[in-house]
Design a protein around this ligand. Structure first.
Ligand SMILES: C[S@@+](CC[C@H](N)C(=O)[O-])C[C@H]1O[C@@H](n2cnc3c(N)ncnc32)[C@H](O)[C@@H]1O
Length: 244
């Protein structure tokens, strides 16, 4: 295998929220439950990517493992990759507990937790049927997002499905001050204490991009966009097909 070149963006370096910090990891699911309906999100992704029982799906940036836990009941193999080793350990323990409690212990064998990220995960074996990533791609600056998308396309079958959910800006950038002030007020109402501070860190330190840039990058990487949805000026989802 080729050594990692010195010029490669260091995706293990934590920017914004530190996902190697155990207190962040342990509180993550509770924090998300205040501002997201994660069960509904995961069910929506599973409907859209249409996994067959023989399929292999990769999630990049699996976090605490909600998607792999659900997907393991639907397909042959789920590869759950993340750059944070403590996050992977948490996800593995959670999957084990949750699946045993649900009487689905055999599903655990279908999940492979892997240390690796958008720029470093190397896929071996049959090309992937589907790739999913949620709230993780914004950890890379735009040039490296483009590289990540090209790498993902290179791992997938023709016609395979890529689902992306992320913080992507679709408001008018000329209105950024009004938008961010209003957004933070709204987040304080919904998420309570701590949420606006997470968002402040996101806006200031992480690499959310603009919707039209994201769409061009996805298409240039070799995908056609079947559906693009923008919500609240801040959240986007893309269902994409790998072109031949
Ligand atoms: C905000 S969490 C999202 C977790 C989960 N997908 C969700 O929907 O809640 C972001 C995750 O992406 C991971 N991450 C950050 N940079 C990454 C990279 N370059 N490649 C893969 N994962 C990355 C972090 O360690 C963290 O677990």
């Amino acid at each position: 295998m080729r050594d990692r070149p010195a010029w490669l963006y260091d995706e293990t370096k934590q920017i914004g929220t530190d996902y190697e910090d155990l207190s962040q990891i342990r509180g993550y699911d509770q924090r998300m439950a205040k501002i997201r309906d994660v069960d509904r999100e995961v069910a929506e992704v599973l409907d859209l990517i249409e996994l067959s029982p023989e399929a292999t799906v990769l999630e990049l940036g699996c976090g605490t493992g909600e998607f792999p836990i659900a997907a393991a009941g639907r397909c042959r193999k789920v590869i759950a990759a993340d750059v944070s080793l403590p996050m992977l350990a948490f996800a593995r323990d959670k999957a084990s507990l949750r699946l045993r409690e649900a009487g689905r212990a055999t599903d655990l064998q279908r999940i492979e937790f892997v240390e690796g990220g958008f720029l470093t995960y190397r896929h071996e074996g049959e090309p992937l049927d589907a790739v999913v990533t949620a709230f993780a791609l914004h950890h890379l600056p735009d040039f490296w997002k483009q590289v990540a998308l090209i790498r993902i396309a290179g791992m997938m079958k023709e016609g395979g499905r890529l689902f992306i959910r992320d913080v992507v800006y679709s408001f008018d950038p000329a209105e950024y001050e009004i938008f961010f002030d209003r957004y933070l007020l709204r987040m304080a109402e919904i998420g309570g204490e701590g949420t606006p501070q997470d968002m402040v860190i996101h806006i200031r330190d992480e690499h959310s991009t603009i919707g039209w840039i994201m769409e061009r990058m996805i298409e240039r990487a070799g995908f056609s966009i079947e559906a693009a949805d923008y919500r609240a000026g801040f959240i986007a989802t893309y269902l994409c097909l790998k072109r031949g």
